[in-house]
Design a protein. Structure first.
Length: 89
């Protein structure tokens, strides 16, 4: 899983019909201190996340395991909005 911060939205009026209705968000990776990194991913949102939210992303074949993405051409899915991290120093 990847920890990330939603930084934007992708608008695509023409796309594979399996993705019609899917909300696509741009998510930058973050470290454990919520510092944004350069790496990013475009992910299908299944949990009503929004810009500014810290989220968990599943990638690869695991991204196609949610009810909303089952057997669809998806490589990254937002599957949780993070409320808090507890990290031992």
């Amino acid at each position: 899983m990847i920890l990330g911060k939603v930084v934007g939205t992708v608008w695509a009026t023409r796309k594979d019909e399996e993705l019609v209705g899917a909300k696509l968000l741009i998510v930058k990776h973050v470290d454990l201190n919520y510092k944004v990194k350069d790496a990013f991913v475009v992910a299908v949102d299944t949990v009503q996340a929004g810009v500014g939210d810290v989220v968990l992303i599943a990638t690869g074949s695991s991204a196609r395991q949610t009810a909303a993405t089952k057997n669809k051409p998806v490589d990254a899915v937002i599957m949780a909005v993070v409320d808090k991290l507890d990290v031992a120093d």
